[in-house]
Ligand binder design. Sequence first.
Ligand SMILES: *Cc1c(COP(=O)(O)O)cnc(C)c1O
Ligand code: SF4
Length: 398
Amino acid sequence: MPYTEDRTHWQSGQGLWEHVPESDWNNWTWQLKNRITSLEQLEKYMELTPEERAGCEHANTKLAMAITPYFFNLIDRDDPNCPIRKQVIPREGEMTVGAEEMLDPVGEDGHSPVPGLVHRYPDRVLFLVTDRCAAYCRYCTRSRLVSNAQDYNFHPEFEAGLKYIEEHPEVRDVLLSGGDPLLMSDKKIDYLLGRLRAIEHVEFIRIGSRIPVFLPQRITPELCEIFKKHGPIWMSIHTNHPRECTQTLKDACERLSFAGVPLGNQSVLLKDVNDDADIMKALVHRLVRMRVRPYYIYQCDLITGSAHLRANVCKGIEIMKQLRGHTTGYSVPQFVIDAPGGGGKVPINPQYITKIDDEAIHFKNFEGKLYRYPLNTYGPLDSDDDDDCKCDAEEIMF
Ligand SMILES: *Cc1c(COP(=O)(O)O)cnc(C)c1O
Ligand code: SF4
């Protein structure tokens, strides 16, 4: 059945925690303290499937379980196939390691000049500043180090990372991630952003965070002031399903936007969660309504124990085909595969070009109709100068 939703409805309220004072509910430290982190707690609130129970029993040796009360409310407890549930409740499949799966699927450790800093691309670095998150995604690419369930012994080294960036003038873009950087205190975030802003060659600072989605209460006016002070700070949030776009998240995005933080979204293509064009379309439409520009859809990395959550790449391509041209260009993200082993993000697109010959490029539009555009677009005066307008079709296409 195609996915449908009430487009006028934005979920809100305290749900199962209706009895809790509003001041507690809206307090991010209360949300953290009251996270669901054990099988016993979880079973108090809902009936688990046997796969989930087995998954929970082993979670603490792989990637800890933690779910904020706020996010737990988004689960449909009567539906074992709930797309929210699959993201945060461990299942037995996590314990199965597939043939091509890896602990460090995108080869971050091999590109890490100092612990916690990944320098893969020429002009930008990924700076992992913490190993903790508000809740844990069962498909996390960094489950080797996040939550420290595997005793990976990851100790983000702030000062060493900052020193590296200071000493490398080619680094003009710093992406703060982890773990979740917004789990740090205001004081620490203020300090870190201040230090980065003081580096003259750092032009672009961004934060990758799922906190607005797991713990929107963390987006306080005080935190927004810090972003304003050190701005422009860009932020990528991480939603996968339209049901995550609640009134509370919308309000948090508005606070960020009004503090001058441009917002993007990254989704991971997940089997039976969002590997469907109608669901993705509903998601990207909700995102733009919250002032969030869809940025990337990731093919799920080959992280150990993720086979049960990985969708087929072809579904991703099909989704892109059904978005581009069919809806607002601003709401169309880029589908990418982070190349296994460490090649970086590579765009995976439906094929629009059908042929490039000496005269023209031939291509299909969103409806599959064929068009051509001439390669020689010079006027008659330049026509003997035809070396300029030759391009190597082989090189462009393959
Ligand atoms: C994703 C990523 C970046 C940022 O890439 P953009 O395409 O600029 O968003 C930078 N460094 C590493 C190691 C990454 O994985
Ligand atoms: S929020 Fe990000 S880093 Fe944390 S568990 Fe989820 S995917 Fe991993």
